[in-house]
Design a binder for this molecule. Structure first.
Ligand SMILES: [Zn+2]
Length: 88
């Protein structure tokens, strides 16, 4: 159990502090809420309730899981509705 990665991560963090993070969308939670990860230091961001980007804390991760669940269910229900109405 060596913590050799800590050093590399912190030096990358300095790089990010100077040049800025290189965020990449890693997960689409809903059409409005997305999760981003920095390619350099692996810092994670998410869209908060007011539409601004915020740090992806375990609390936000929990919220996003719930949101994603609701969103997927709603989308599949919408799809079912469309199928049913097209049959009728
Ligand atoms: Zn970064």
């Amino acid at each position: 159990m060596k913590k050799s990665t800590t050093k590399t991560a912190s030096s990358l963090k300095i790089y990010c502090d100077i040049f800025g993070h290189k965020y990449e969308m890693t997960k689409k939670v809903t059409s409005h809420v997305k999760e981003y990860t920095c390619k350099c230091c692996k810092r994670q961001l998410t869209t908060s309730g007011n539409g601004k980007l915020t740090e992806l804390t375990p609390k936000y991760q929990e919220i996003n899981t719930l949101l994603s669940d609701i969103y997927t269910r709603r989308m599949s229900r919408l799809k079912q509705k469309t199928i049913t109405s097209s049959i009728c």
